[in-house]
Design a protein around this ligand. Sequence first.
Ligand SMILES: *Cc1c(COP(=O)(O)O)cnc(C)c1O
Length: 515
Amino acid sequence: MMTHFRREASEILAELEAMRALDAPTHGGRVLSYVYDSGLAELDELAAGAARLVQPVNGLDPTTFTSVAAMEAGVVGFARRVLGGAGDDDIVGSVTSGGTESCLLAVKSARDLWRSVRAGSPRVPRIVAPVTVHAAFHKAAEYFGLELDLVPVDPLTGVVSAAAIEERLGDDVALVVVSAPSYPFAALDPVADVASITGPRGIALHVDACIGGFALAFWPDELPAWNLAVPGVTSLSADLHKYGYAPKGVSVLLTRGRDRQRFQYFATTAWPGYPVVNPTLTGSKPAGPLAAAWSIIEALGEEGFAGLTAQAARATDALRGVVAGIDGLKIVGTPTGPLFAVAVDESVPADRRVDPHHWADAARASGWHLQLQPALTQADGTRLPHTTHLTVTPVTEAVIGELSKALVAAADVVRGVPPVDGRALVAGLAETLPGGLDALAGASAGLDSEGAAGLLRAFGLLGGAVADDEAAGADGALPDRLAPVLALVGALPPQLTERLLVELLARVVEPAPGS
Ligand SMILES: *Cc1c(COP(=O)(O)O)cnc(C)c1O
């Protein structure tokens, strides 16, 4: 029976378990980004069982595998009901592989609709969005050949004004995007105000509710209008693998108007194979994440979602209270939903300030993973501060006491420590390089893979020669402290940083040399 097998299944799984043990913990609330733990083991079991049942299915063809059509209709129906489109048959949707794919498709549809009414226009269509819009829209602009016009936000609150968006509108705008809320600062953009400007002009408006959608839908507090109940909103994305508690690989894109949504599709019969009709970017695709999401929705219903959301909301309130009470830190703006960002409180003297990145590193040393976010200079010259991001999930409530203590203690450890001076770090690193700073500055253009790897090694971020500096990690492992890495990211030319990060991530997955 085991004729084709080289190793015992149990042995292989044991090896995988050993690898998994080195991962950041996906459950238990210790990682405050990336993972969304309902805290309900039965829900994970159900989702795994559902995914297992459809494992052999190809989601490519819902007419052959009709379970896919039934589940997708169910998920889209639920999403439409809770995201402001209850009873509105004009709102249609697709299940996608994640937030990025939902955002890419929203842009593709808007671009193709824009083109269809301007046949032959030589203009490059434009996306107008606040600078806080998710990077997925940078990716969409690059992939689909649109210009991304980023509108500065209020540096104190992270919110964009509708007036600032209005100033940017013109005939070349294919899509305006706002967030509900934004990832970096949890700012709820003024959806209704923006819609009242874009709607009458016939400009498409996408609400990116990828992170917040399925939490805001059940949020206990009254919120300003933000979803498809706002008439000018033409599409909305919400991720089921975030506050839908599904395993990764599932999101929903809802679109107002069948005709608008049909631009999302790709179809061709112009090859000798099967007729291709793809609503999303992939061809063959798994049904597992869809089945997982569908089964979770069936299990929880709106009441279950409301209960989990209430837990996350209570934990968020409590955590915000704790952080607001830490001398030297402050919460950015007035965040909406189960996430927020933390910056240094510059209103207190330097010896009482807490650098948010040192704080995150100190918290990490005690087993709590917060997410470091870099500073950003906007087009108008104002600067968005470097921050630390916390995404709060239902399970956070169970560990709130422990987490609160850790956050307070971490601040005590680093209070008064000045932020890492990125420029000094770069200057120090440049000294170790042949050609010095000039070589670094010139390096972004025409850096090949070996050159990029060489720089990473010099910075101590890749195995091999490790420079004597504070960013250095142990032999290719990620460094214990991320504050210096983020400072480096902020001080190097963006193109160089991007090239180096590409190199780092590409090398991480390379097979061992000579293997
Ligand atoms: C997570 C997120 C995305 C991208 O989603 P992925 O599932 O990571 O591809 C887009 N927009 C916002 C606001 C997000 O938080």
